[in-house]
Design a protein around this ligand. Structure first.
Ligand code: 4AD
Ligand code: MG
Length: 437
């Protein structure tokens, strides 16, 4: 079927602008119901759903019979007239005059309108992407990506891309993916931070945004082996400065989702009142205060340790918005973090804990800018000094105070969507022992 000026090709989300006109819609059969002289075909085109109504006698008889027998997910083009109807999803329906079948699907599409386990759906992720819940989560993810870029660009940041093959660890040696690199070894990046630091000395304010990898033997719903992280890095910024930057980022991403993803949040049955209260200022607690709170609640938490997921949940539950915990014991944090000049037991760092049990969404710090101190930290952490020579150069040629953070995209999106598991917030999740499809 050719589309013509009389029946232009229109996406479903644009149909209400074409009232009483003939159009062509193209998509997949989402649902079919026949009733006497009528057939109701719900077509899915990625931008939305629209009901197309066929009436026997008003279209070709053979076609009327054919479309009733179309298996789910068959690909078709429908020509017909748009009728506005407030009751219809999207506010419009199409009266069918002509249908072209592009491919009649096999009859055994594995995902049926009934309850399936998530394991089964994940095995069929390539097809499950077409369902409503993935549609909603991944559109919210797309909106979040756009908000992140807009936020930083509007603040004058430059996007630089950090490499994926790296010669050394950034976030501890226990979670590195090693790969053969010609006659040598390389690692998939755990974080673009060290490269962002170099770029911050060149451009002032930068962010890197891309896939990062952790060989975490962790099966929790909060861990992926491949996840996306946005990492701003700012020359001359202190820990306090980047805490405010992180606060602004989360407010922006949540606010944009509330404004632009109403339909998606409805599909997910998200309680949006929980998101509407995400406003600055976020509560700020020191590790010391947070740890004492956990102890006062009688939780089995040992002072001096990092917080575990149950600890983060207990702290997060106290507030209706993200909470920023700063100044952890330096022993539980990374080599590059500057220690608090007021009290060197603490690292000048921050973790931002999302509400509703979503845990840490952001980790950041002020960086150690002194050459000799940084060198001794690399030694203490038993990291290969050779691989860090370039990083040490940044402290030899015009070192300045600087700070940054990393936000895990899927952690943030899972929280906005209100879904339990990070795997639903990335198109093709990679997890411990899971790499198909
Ligand atoms: O706290 P992390 O390890 O910090 C860094 O990588 C720093 N280099 C960031 C920086 O300062 N530039 O990771 C940052 C964030 C976490 O808060 C979390 O949201 C996310 O990355 N993250 C994960 N997300 C999914 N799966 C995993 N296995 C993750 N590990 C960290
Ligand atoms: Mg962290």
């Amino acid at each position: 079927m050719t589309t013509s000026d009389e029946a232009p090709f229109v996406r479903v989300c644009e149909l209400s602008k074409h009232a009483d006109r003939s159009v062509t819609v193209k998509g997949w059969v989402y649902h079919l119901r026949a009733k006497g002289k009528l057939v109701f075909l719900v077509l899915r085109d990625g931008s939305g759903l629209v009901q197309c109504v066929g009436v026997k006698g008003e279209m070709d008889d053979a076609q009327f019979d054919e479309i009733q027998r179309l298996p789910m997910e068959s690909s078709i083009e429908v020509r017909g007239k748009v009728r506005l109807d407030a009751r219809a999803p999207g506010g419009a329906e199409v009266g069918i005059s002509f249908v072209t079948v592009l491919q009649k699907a096999d009859a055994d599409f594995p995902i049926q309108p009934k309850e399936h386990g998530t394991g089964f759906l994940m095995e069929n992720r390539h097809l499950w992407l077409r369902s409503r819940k993935p549609w909603a989560c991944l559109r919210i993810r797309d909106r979040a990506i756009r908000s992140i870029r807009e936020y930083f660009h509007e603040l004058g940041f430059i996007n630089i891309d950090s490499p994926i093959f790296t010669p050394a660890a950034c976030e501890g040696t226990s979670t590195l993916f090693e790969v053969d690199y010609f006659d040598d070894k390389a690692y998939l990046t755990q974080s673009g931070q060290l490269y962002a630091e170099a770029a911050a000395m060149a451009f002032g304010k930068v962010f890197t945004f891309g896939p990062t990898f952790r060989a975490e033997k962790s099966k929790t719903r909060r861990h992926l082996t491949e996840f996306w992280m946005v990492e701003p890095e700012v020359a001359f910024a202190t820990l306090d400065d980047v805490m405010s930057l992180a606060e602004g980022l989360l407010c922006r991403v949540v606010g944009d989702a509330l404004t632009d993803c109403k339909e998606e949040l409805k599909v997910l049955e998200r309680d949006v009142t929980k998101l509407e209260c995400i406003r600055a200022p976020f509560p700020r607690l020191s590790y010391d205060e947070a740890a004492k709170y956990l102890q006062s609640k009688g939780l089995p938490f040992e002072y001096g340790n990092d917080f575990g997921a149950p600890d983060e949940t207990a702290i997060g539950e106290k507030y209706d918005r993200p909470v920023m915990i700063h100044r952890y014991p330096h022993q539980v944090k990374a080599f590059y973090m500057k220690r608090d000049p007021q009290d060197p037991r603490w690292a000048l760092c921050v973790d931002v804990i999302a509400p509703e049990g979503y845990g840490e969404v952001i980790g950041g710090s002020q960086r150690e800018e002194n050459l000799a101190v940084l060198r001794s930290r690399i030694e203490e952490h038993k990291l290969p000094m050779d691989a860090f020579q370039w990083y040490l150069d940044l402290r030899r040629f015009g070192s300045v105070p600087h700070s940054g953070f990393g936000m895990g995209l899927e952690r943030c999106v899972a929280w906005i969507c209100g879904v339990d598991h990070l795997r639903e917030c990335i198109p093709f999740p990679r997890m411990l022992h899971k790499i198909y499809p």
